[in-house]
Every structure is written in C-alpha cells, then in structure tokens.
Design a binder for this molecule. Structure first.
Ligand code: FVH
Length: 298
C-alpha cells in the first residue's frame, strides 16, 4: 500500500529555503516553490519540484505554506498581495524576526483566515534534515499538530507555545548565546594571533575543548538564576573574575588587539562588584542585564 505524502509550498529560495525544499522533495512530498528571482528554483525543479509563476499560485498549491526569506519586510512584500488566497492555509513563517513582528504577522494572517505558526530554525542549510537540526515553532497548535509529522523531515520540531512570539524569543535567545560564544572565540583567536599563533591548531587543541568544558558551567548558573541565589556553590567568585577581565582587556591593548567585544562584560562585572557582590557567582550579572540603564544600539 502506498501512502500519499502531503503537499507543501516553499516561498523563498535562498540558501535556507532551497535546503527546506530539498528536504521535502527527498521525503517524497509534492513540493511547489516560488522565489522572487525565479532562477533559484531551477535545481529544485530539476529534482521534481513544481515552480509557481505567482505567489498566489504557490499559496493555492498546498495546504501547508512555508515562508523563509531575509526578513519580515520581505514576508509582507510577498504575502500582502496574496492576502485573499491565504484563508484555510497553514502558514509557517521561518523567517528570522522579533517576537513583536511574529505577533503582528500572526494577527494579520489569522484575520485573513489562515492558521499561523512562527518558527525559528536552529540549523544551517547543510544540516537541515540531519539529526543535528532542530526547529522551534509557536502559534496555532491545531496547525502544528496536523503538520507535525510532515515538518519532521526538516529536523526535530519543538513546539514552545500558542503565543506566536515565543519561537522567535527562544530563537533569538539561542542566537544571542551563540554570538556571545563566537565573539569570544574571535577575540581569543585575535589575541593569540598577535604573536603569530596559528588559529586552527589553537582552536582544535585548546579553544574548543575549553569552550566545551565551560558550557557545562551554564547549567549551574541557570540553577542559581532560577533560585535567585547567586551565592550557592561559588567556585569562581566575581571579584576574582573582575581581575581576570581586567588582565584580558589590558593584555589585548598591550598586544594591539581590540577589546571592544569584552569591555561591555567587564563594565557589568565592575558594577556588580561595586554593588557589593564580589563573593557571588557571575550569574548575578543577570540582575543588571534584566534592568538596563542605557540602551546602546546601531
Ligand atoms: N542560512 C543560515 O545559516 C540561517 C540559519 C537559520 C535561519 N536563517 C534564516 O532563514 C532566513 C533565510 O535565510 P537564507 O540563508 O535563505 O538567506 P539568503 O540566502 O540571503 O536568501 C534570502 C531570501 O530572501 C529573499 N528576499 C529578500 N528580499 C526580498 C524581497 N524584498 N522580496 C522577496 N524576496 C526577498 C531572497 O530572494 P532573491 O534575492 O533570491 O530574489 C531569498 O530568497 C533568514 O530569515 C535567516 O535569518 C538562515
């Protein structure tokens, strides 16, 4: 007996959209694709996808419509003219954006009669459809449940709640953690590089093992944050860490390397120590992060 796979439409065929469409095709799902620059569909069409000539045609082709483009302005540029065909469709927007954008887009789509899910992709294009990939979803629970199996071809799906902004909140929190790590790693490579230490061997033998070991510390910090007690089981007190940060910043300057990525952290540590918390763990910085006194942004 053959089981028919349900149809899916992918709108947006950048690196990620092509990976998503490729995964559905490999999973045997009839896949319709649309992209502003139509030639990006050529490879997928050669592999069995159907190219839609219009956005409305793409939406009409499948009960499940996945949108994955550069930002929410593009989402609306694409979908607004097709507003009258969205009713009855499940729209899953995997475009990176803010919780506010997700909630506004959910309200707009729901008003038009669509089921809306917002999502975050915790993967890069080559890892889509591998065990490494996981995706976050929030919004219409009914739509998530009815398409959950089909979405499984992309990676492990985690539904984080009915509030459509929650997937984006989780996504951006995870990306923030990632960028903190990447920024720290780049600074480390620049610092050793100032004495001509090669990046790759330093990374493989020292940096990655060190970062893996330190990732284990986050669990302890999370427990302190949940309890609100930043004094339990402290093995590296903040006063000691303030000195270490001072040495990193000073050494960077001495070596002709920018310490710009680390100075904001050093500033928070100084404030916390000045507030009398030098014996606490670094987890206590969350009190300052939760109540920012200045907003610096581009
Ligand atoms: N690639 C990655 O590593 C990350 C992994 C996690 C999730 N992100 C998010 O996925 C969204 C798409 O990212 P992408 O990698 O596919 O991005 P690009 O390859 O740059 O493709 C951009 C697509 O957006 C289309 N587009 C841009 N502006 C417009 C517009 N005004 N109207 C219609 N479409 C537009 C673009 O079309 P074209 O230039 O080919 O015609 C591409 O389809 C993104 O939110 C990531 O944060 C990826």
């Amino acid at each position: 007996m053959t089981h028919e796979r349900s149809a899916v439409t992918i709108i947006g065929l950048g690196a990620m959209g092509r990976a998503l469409a490729g995964a559905f095709l490999a999973g045997g799902h009839p896949t319709t694709v649309w992209n502003r620059s139509a030639d990006k569909a050529d490879g997928l069409v050669a592999n069995g996808a159907t190219r839609a000539d219009t956005v409305a045609g793409a939406v009409a082709a499948s009960p499940l419509v996945i949108v994955c483009v550069v930002d929410y302005h593009a989402v609306h540029e694409i979908l607004d003219p097709a507003a009258d065909v969205l009713s009855g469709r499940a729209i899953i927007n995997l475009t990176n954006g803010t919780p506010k954008q997700a909630r506004e887009t959910a309200a707009w789509a729901t008003e038009l009669g669509a089921d809306y899910i917002d999502g975050g992709i915790m993967a890069i294009p080559p890892t889509i459809a591998t065990p490494e990939a996981f995706l976050l979803y929030s919004g219409s629970e009914r739509a998530f449940k009815s398409h959950q199996r089909q979405l499984g071809v992309l990676g492990t799906g985690t539904y984080v709640g009915t509030d459509p902004g929650l997937a984006s909140l989780h996504d951006l929190a995870l990306l923030g953690g990632m960028y903190g790590m990447l920024g720290g790693a780049l600074h480390a490579l620049a610092l050793v590089g100032s004495e001509n230490v090669q990046a790759s061997p330093f990374n493989a033998t020292l940096l990655v093992p060190w970062l893996n070991a330190m990732a284990g510390v986050v669990g302890h910090l999370a427990e302190q944050i949940d309890s609100g007690d930043y004094t339990t089981g402290v093995v590296s007190n903040l006063g000691m860490q303030a000195t270490a940060l001072e040495n990193i910043v000073q050494a960077s300057e001495d070596q002709g390397v920018s310490a710009d990525l680390l100075v904001p952290l050093q500033t928070l540590i100084h404030r916390r120590v000045a507030d009398g918390h030098s014996a606490d763990d670094i987890s206590g910085l969350i009190e300052l992060i939760r109540t920012p006194t200045t907003q610096t942004r581009l």
